[in-house]
Design a protein around this ligand. Structure first.
Ligand code: NAD
Length: 511
């Protein structure tokens, strides 16, 4: 491990690795006296502790970001692009170290952690095209001698508040576009796995991002509430659970800020009778249990239409004993532990509830040998004959539990998708192009997959759900991300005397 990774994971002089804030281009130890534990989910032991910021510490980060903004927004597009390329290259070169931090604090296995970094990198690559993305429109001669053109300008200080399940990718969803557009940024990462954010802060500094342009404050509700009320923060991007997303949206907008707040999910995968059962089962298993189901785009419900139900449930069930659950340190592990003991217990409680409510627990993750050991493991669960009134269906479980609902018709399947409070992603598996097209037309969700179980858009589209999966108007990253982090200005100009030319025989180049 390199210097940076060692510092990020081992901390300073404290017995437990201590994770501090990053303000004004350097590590700043917290002074609030409040800290939180960071566990290694594979062993169940606390490995580090993270400083929790006070309101004053958030203010210090905002001050650094405010001071850095004028010079950063005035930095030429060429220069900002050059820096974005350097960030992209450093994240690429250091991807294994970032992934190792994710495995050590989140628990996800290395292949999954590397996949997370790769999807984050796509956002950095998109942001490298910022000169093209910020091009405005121009109308010549709208009136005699008058031209009109539109430009997009940064907002000022933007903040990002991120969840535990993607400690590297979701911050990159946000800060890549935010800083490329000329804003300065404050990240409040999840307190459960905060090291990747500090590692990335150091990479940004190494890439030439000026001090104060990118800051990290750790913490809990105290830090978040200060972000929500601070008058110098102009925009907030949030990703997390629905209850908090709603709170962030309502409080932030009441305080005059631009807010995009992405919430929880319950993603239905509809399987029509004509689908290839083997392919549908492979997809359902991969999408339900990858990352231990701790993905907002995980498939959590399979909706089996008509007589596909019996063969499909059997095909899924048959695949489950082959899934290797274990620590990320073991190359054979395909699924790691859950993030904390509390979360593991909450997920397990839904298996109990579904069983008590009359569902058919086909495979019970609590029977896995590692369940109940020191690490936060839970095996994979498959629950059949789930009905809409069951608590395990009404709530987001966010763990390795796949539920199956049986319906007679396509219309009933779409009804389930559309009646659900969440509308993040959904998918249909079929060989019938007409049915797929109809589903795309009427599904009430922000991201739809056709024979693709986890339809996370590539970085040059935008990510976001509908209904209780997103509060706000603009989706995250991609073109809508650029729109979110900038505001338009329309200039109407008349130049009666163009007298500003000069002779310059040098090779024309960007400045
Ligand atoms: P969470 O809502 O508990 O936490 C998210 C962030 O909010 C963290 O930084 C946390 O410190 C902060 N927070 C928590 N409680 C708070 C409070 N009372 N007041 C102010 N701030 C608070 O979410 P999580 O458990 O870290 O992440 C899992 C959730 O995120 C799931 O619901 C998942 O679906 C969702 N998620 C959604 C998307 C999406 O794109 N829609 C992506 C990833 C995760």
């Amino acid at each position: 491990m390199t210097d940076i990774a060692e510092r990020a994971s081992a901390g300073t002089s404290h017995e437990l690795g201590r994770i501090s804030h990053w303000i004004g281009g350097r590590l700043v130890e917290g002074t609030s006296g409040r800290r939180g534990p960071v566990y290694d989910p594979a062993t169940g032991r606390q490995a580090k502790e993270v400083d929790f910021a006070s309101a004053d510490e958030v203010d210090a980060a905002v001050k650094a970001a405010v001071e850095a903004f004028p010079a950063w927004r005035a930095t030429s597009l060429s220069k900002r692009t050059e820096i974005m390329f350097r960030i992209r290259n450093l994240v690429d070169i250091r991807r294994k170290e970032i992934a190792a931090l994710l495995t050590s604090e989140h628990g996800k296995v290395p292949s999954d952690a590397l996949g997370e970094v790769a999807r984050g990198l796509e956002n950095l690559e998109f942001a490298c095209g910022i000169p093209n993305l910020l091009k405005g429109g121009y109308s010549e001669q709208v009136s005699g001698g008058i031209d009109v053109y539109q430009i997009r300008q940064p907002l000022g200080v933007a903040a990002g508040i991120t969840p535990f399940n993607f400690p590297a990718m979701v911050p990159m969803w946000m800060f890549a576009n935010a800083i490329a557009c000329g804003n300065t940024f404050i990240l409040k990462p999840s307190e459960k796995d905060p090291s990747a954010s500090i590692f990335m802060a150091e990479l940004l500094a190494e890439a030439g991002v000026p001090d104060g342009v990118f800051n990290v404050v750790h913490g809990d509700k105290v830090a978040v509430d200060r972000i929500l009320e601070h008058p110098d923060i102009k925009a907030i991007s949030f990703v997390g659970s629905t209850a908090i997303a709603k709170y962030i949206y309502e409080t932030g907008t009441r305080n005059g800020k631009r807010v995009q707040a992405l919430g929880g999910a319950k993603n239905h995968m509809v399987v029509l009778p004509d689908a290839d059962v083997g392919m549908a089962a492979d997809s359902a298993v991969s999408a339900a249990y990858g990352s231990a189901g701790e993905r907002c785009m995980a498939v959590s419900v399979v909706v089996a239409v008509g007589d596909v139900a019996d063969p499909l449930v059997e095909a899924i069930r048959a695949r489950l004993p082959k899934i290797t659950v274990g620590p990320g340190s073991d190359a054979a592990s395909e699924m790691g532990p859950l993030v904390t003991r509390e979360h593991r217990d909450k997920v397990a409680s839904y298996i109990e509830k579904a069983d008590a409510a009359g569902a058919d627990v086909v495979t019970d993750g609590r029977e896995h040998a590692l369940y109940g050991e020191d690490g936060f493991y839970l095996g994979v669960s498959l629950i059949d004959k789930v009905t809409p009134d069951m608590e395990s269906y009404r709530n987001e479980i966010f763990g390795p539990v796949l539920e199956v609902m049986r319906v007679a018709t396509y219309d009933e399947a779409v009804g389930l998708v559309n009646d659900n409070q969440y509308g993040n992603g959904t998918a249909i598996f079929t060989r019938d192009g007409g049915a797929a097209r109809q589903f795309q037309f009427e599904a009430q969700a922000g991201m739809v997959g056709i024979n693709v179980p986890i339809p996370v858009p590539v970085a040059y589209y935008s990510f976001g759900g509908w209904k209780d999966s997103l509060f706000g108007d603009l989706h995250m990253y991609g073109p809508e991300g650029v729109q979110f982090y900038t505001r338009g200005k329309v200039v109407t100009a008349r130049w009666p005397d163009p007298g500003t030319s000069q002779v310059d025989l040098g090779f024309p180049r960007t400045r």
